[in-house]
Design a protein around this ligand. Sequence first.
Ligand code: NAP
Length: 490
Amino acid sequence: MTTSAATGTGLRFAIIGAGMAGILAAIKLEEAGLTNFAVYEKADRVGGTWRENTYPGLTCDVPSHMYCYSFALNPEWSHMYPPGEEIQEYFESVAQRYGVTPHIRFGDEVVRCQFSSGRWQLATAAGHRDEADVVIAATGVLHHPKYPDIEGLESFGAAMFHSARWDHDVALDGRRVGIIGTGSTAVQIVAAIAERVSTLVLFQRTPQWIVPAVNPTFTAEEKAAFREDHELIEQLRAKASHLFDAFSDAVVDSGSPTMKMIEEACRSNLENNVHDPALRERLRPDYRAGCKRLVVSGDFYQAIQRPNAELITQAIEHIEPRGVHTADGRLHELDVLVLATGFKVDAFVRPMSVVGRDGKDLEQEWAQRPEAYLSISVPGYPNFFMVNGPNGPVGNFSLVEVAELQVGYIMQLVDRIRSGDCREISATPSALAEFERARVETAEKTVWATGCRSWYLDDRGIPAVWPWPFERFRVQMASPAWEAYELRKA
Ligand code: NAP
C-alpha cells in the first residue's frame, strides 16, 4: 500500500510503555522504516509485568515457546513453563538485539496526550514535551495493583506488600506468613514458599478450580537441537497453539465437550490430590471450572496440605497490628502479610489523560466502562491505537500472539496515513456500537458468565473480554474492515 512518492518516513510516532507490546511495536516500526519514534517508559527497565512481578514461584502458565515473539524464537528456555526471571531476560535481550533500547526514554512517564491541530501533543511527568502523528499505547492490562478494602489494613504492624510489589528485603524463612487471595498469583506463591516458612496461612474468600500441570525442564540436548533447527521450535509452537485454540473455543461455548473435559480434569485433580475430605470440600468451588480464569498448578494442593500450612475460609473481619482477625473471632498473628489480591483491570491507558478531537476526554468517555473498536481504536481519538486495550482476548491466550496480531493490524492502519490516503484515522461510532452489541450478546453465553465473581466481569457483570473463538480474532486482525473507520484528509 505504501507509495514510493509518499513513504511517510517523516511521521513521528510515540509508543507508550516498554513492556512486551511496546518493544514489539518499536521493532515493527523499525522494520517498516518508520524510525522517527520514541518509546516512553515510566520505569528504569523494560519488561512491563515481568519487571514488576518478582514474587517467589512466578512462572508463566503459557508454554515458553509460545510466550515469545514469532520472529525471535528462544532455544534457551529452561522449562516448558518459563520462570518470570527468564521472561524478563528474554524481553531485555530482544530489546537490545533489535535496537529498541536506544529509542526508550526511561523514567519518563507520559501523563497527557492531547490531539491538537492534527497531531498528538504529549507531556511527561518530568516536563518533557513531544509531538507525534501516531500514538501506540502499550500500557498493559494487569498493571495497577488492587489493594483490598479491609478495615485496619494500614494498621498492620509487620511487613506487608502487594504481590506485584514484592519486598525482597523481607525474610520469609522460618517466619509466619499470611497470604490473602487464591488466584493464579497466590497459588504460585503458596507452592513456592510453603517449605521455607514456619507457618503459612492462606486466606481464601473463594476457592479456585485448578488444572494440574507438570513443568519439565528442557535438557541440554533438547536446547542444542532447538538451536540447530528452529523448525523443532515451530513444531512445539504449532502443537501448543492447537491446544490453546481448542481451549479458547471451549470457554466461549460453555456446553462444549472440551469444556466438560477441562471441568473433569479439575475435579479429579481435587478428588485425587486432596486427602482430607473436610479440606477437600473447603477447596471445592461452587461454580463452573473456567468461569474464573483457570489456575494452573501441579503443586498447590501438596503445599496447602503441609502440616505448617493452614487454609482459612472464615471471612476476614479486620486487620490489626499483630495480624488478621477472622469472623470466628480468631487472630492470626503474622510476621509477613502478602496481598495477592489482583489488579484494577479497567484502567488501561489511565491514569494518563487522553484528550481527543474537539476536546473529547477519554476519562469521561470511559466513565461507565472502557470500550474500543476491536480493543484498538476509540472514535474521536484519531491515530491513537491501543495494544491489549479493552475487551480484547486476555486470560486464556498467549498475549504475545495477541499483541503480534494487533500490531500487524495497527501497521495496516498506519500504512493508510503513510501512503497519504488520509491524515487521521479512527473507528466510527457505529462500528464501535455494533462491535460492542455483538460482543456483549456473545459474552453472555460464555463460561465466564455462568455465575462467579471474577476480574473478567465489567460493572454490569458482563465478561469484558473477546467472547469468540481465537480464530475469529486472527481473521479480523488480518485486514481491517475499512468501512469501520473514518479516514480524514486533515
Ligand atoms: P486475581 O485472579 O484477581 O485474584 C485475586 C484474589 O484475591 C482472589 O482470590 C480474590 O478473591 C482475592 N481478594 C481480592 N480482594 C479480597 C478481599 N478484600 N478479601 C479477600 N480476598 C480478596 O489476581 P491474581 O492472582 O494476581 O491473578 C490475576 C491474573 O493475572 C490471573 O487471572 C492471570 O490472568 C494473570 N496471572 C497469570 C499468571 C501466569 O502464570 N500466566 C500468573 C499470575 C497471574 P475472590 O476470588 O473472592 O474475588
